[in-house]
Design a protein around this ligand. Structure first.
Ligand code: SF4
Ligand code: SF4
Length: 507
């Protein structure tokens, strides 16, 4: 690679995306250093065509043939994916292969079915390339008197991404809004799920699009449980790390709400009954007005003369607004929810409690003779109700599932008749795991799976600058079924649990 200094404007995109940190900016110009592995990422990412595809011969460099990128790796250095090192012109894997026993503790209870656990994981296994070749490890061993086969590969998946779940009622941005990582679009805000905001990061169209390298890096970083900063267009700045509380616009979110305002009215009705004459639970989805709500009426309350400014869904339930105010609504002053009070129904002196669904913020009011509520201290019973809400909240956290599409060429390393493998996966004759963790395979055609990244050893995901993300996948099945689906029988090696698996072998 050679930089055309006339064209380079020092934008730094190549510096961000170079997988081996071989480029730096000097005097606002990109400079390629000695650790370059000729992966062509900078050539593809430069918006000004300032990187020329010129091979700079390096003595002792060796071309890696484990994926279509074909890095030319100088002696002692590691390729773009971080998986292979050139030692004396031998391509060696950089990390040991992990057996199932070595990750089992992180996976929880032992699965019951014979083929639900692999003998070895694909973490550290290396890839299968070109695809028709047998997977790097195909091992068999006897389990409960039955011969079982595990096929593993660290497979680059162009069809891959993440669904990120952020437990919060804070506004992150409107659904469909673009999400950027280091200034480039890598995903979008998706439909909210109960009490959580959802983000989609990566996916084939982003990986193969203009900002594919940034998308691949973001997916690998989040899946490996690293801290990542994202920005929602027109929305919030997010600091996320799987397993940790999210930070939204610089504010660490402590609590996940109990449910919507209506659910809160139902769950805490007996507390609300004693807390005040009227209780409003402010929530961006469904805000509740207790005395009008079914739970209040069932407890003998008559609808008060309080009216709310939100649109009513059913009695006592109102569709909320979205914003940075109380309960994720756009109301900075909670009392703005009250549009009017009929003092012929609700007498002066009546109390009103307004709370968020998390119980994080709550306020108490007493109705004056002018028909206006005035702030007052929370009564002990009101405090008790708010505490009941707050104590029921779960800790807010970030979680993510990796979404992989393994129903394409990745099947060839496992079997000669790919459709038979797809069918076997859907019929539970072959069990797919990711880093040893059982995945959820989406119904319908293909092999598209969800893997909980918290059940996969950190560092197991990487990316190659095709660009695609790389995930460890394993298929485990009975030997007889494997043979029937055209398995690479000649490549099977026996696996002895007590013997270390030779891991530094490369084809
Ligand atoms: S070719 Fe790859 S390794 Fe070399 S400088 Fe460009 S991005 Fe970095
Ligand atoms: S990205 Fe990794 S597997 Fe692909 S050629 Fe480079 S070192 Fe080899």
């Amino acid at each position: 690679m050679r930089i055309d200094l006339e064209r380079c404007n020092g934008c730094g995109l190549c510096v961000k995306d170079c997988p081996v940190a071989a480029i730096s900016l000097q005097d606002k110009k990109a400079v390629i250093g000695q650790t370059c592995v000729e992966c062509h990422t900078c050539f593809k990412v430069c918006p000004r065509g300032a990187v020329h595809d010129e091979l700079v011969p390096v003595a002792g460099a060796k071309e890696c043939n484990h994926c279509p990128v074909g890095c030319r790796i100088p002696e002692g250095l590691t390729g773009a994916c971080g998986r292979y090192t050139n030692r004396n012109r031998q391509m060696l894997r950089t990390r040991p292969l992990l057996t199932y026993a070595e990750v089992a503790q992180e996976l929880g209870p032992e699965p019951e079915m014979l083929i639900e656990r692999p003998s070895i994981t694909a973490i550290g296994a290396g890839g299968t390339y070109p695809d028709y070749m047998p997977a790097p490890y195909i091992v068999s061993h006897e389990r409960d008197g039955v011969d079982v086969v595990t096929v593993v590969t660290e497979v680059p998946l162009s069809y891959s991404g993440l669904k990120v779940k952020i437990d919060t009622d804070l506004e992150v941005g409107r659904e469909g809004a673009a999400i950027s990582f280091e200034g480039r679009t890598v995903g979008m805000v998706e439909t909210e799920e109960y009490g959580s905001k959802m983000l989609a990061i990566g996916g084939v169209n982003r990986l193969t699009g203009r900002h594919g390298f940034a998308a691949a890096r973001a997916v690998a970083a989040i899946a490996n449980r690293e801290a990542v900063q994202l920005k929602v267009r027109g929305g919030a700045k997010l600091e996320i790390q799987v397993g940790k509380p999210p930070v939204i616009e610089g504010q660490m979110v402590e609590k996940m709400r109990v449910g919507c305002g209506s659910a809160s009215a139902g769950l805490f009705a007996t507390f609300f009954l004693d807390a005040a004459d009227e209780v409003i639970v402010l929530d961006q989805h469904i805000t509740s007005l207790f005395s009008h709500h079914a739970s209040g009426r069932c407890l003998g309350l008559s609808p008060s003369g309080v009216e709310l400014c939100f649109k009513q869904s059913t009695p006592g339930r109102y569709f909320g607004t979205h914003g940075k105010g109380w309960g994720g609504t756009d109301l900075a002053d909670p009392l703005d929810i009250v549009s009017q009070v009929d003092i012929s129904v609700t007498a002066p002196g009546s109390t009103l409690l307004i709370t968020e669904t998390t119980g994080q913020d709550a306020a108490m009011y007493v109705l004056g003779w002018d028909g206006k509520y005035q702030p007052t201290e929370l009564t002990p019973k009101a405090r008790e109700a708010v505490s009941a809400l707050a104590e029921t909240c779960q800790r807010s956290r970030v979680s993510a599932v990796y979404v992989g599409g393994a129903g394409g060429s990745a099947r060839a390393g496992a079997v000669r008749y790919p459709l038979r493998l797809t069918r076997a996966v859907h019929q539970a004759k072959a069990v797919l795991t990711c880093g040893g963790s059982k995945v959820f395979v989406l119904p319908g055609g293909g092999i598209t799976f969800y893997a909980d990244v918290e059940k996969v050893r950190p560092g197991s995901f990487t990316w190659v600058p095709t660009p695609a993300t790389v995930a460890p996948i394993e298929y485990t099945m009975r030997l007889s079924d494997y043979e029937e689906m055209g398995g690479h029988m000649e490549a099977i090696k026996p696996f002895q649990a007590e013997e270390p698996v030779p891991w530094n072998r490369c084809k």
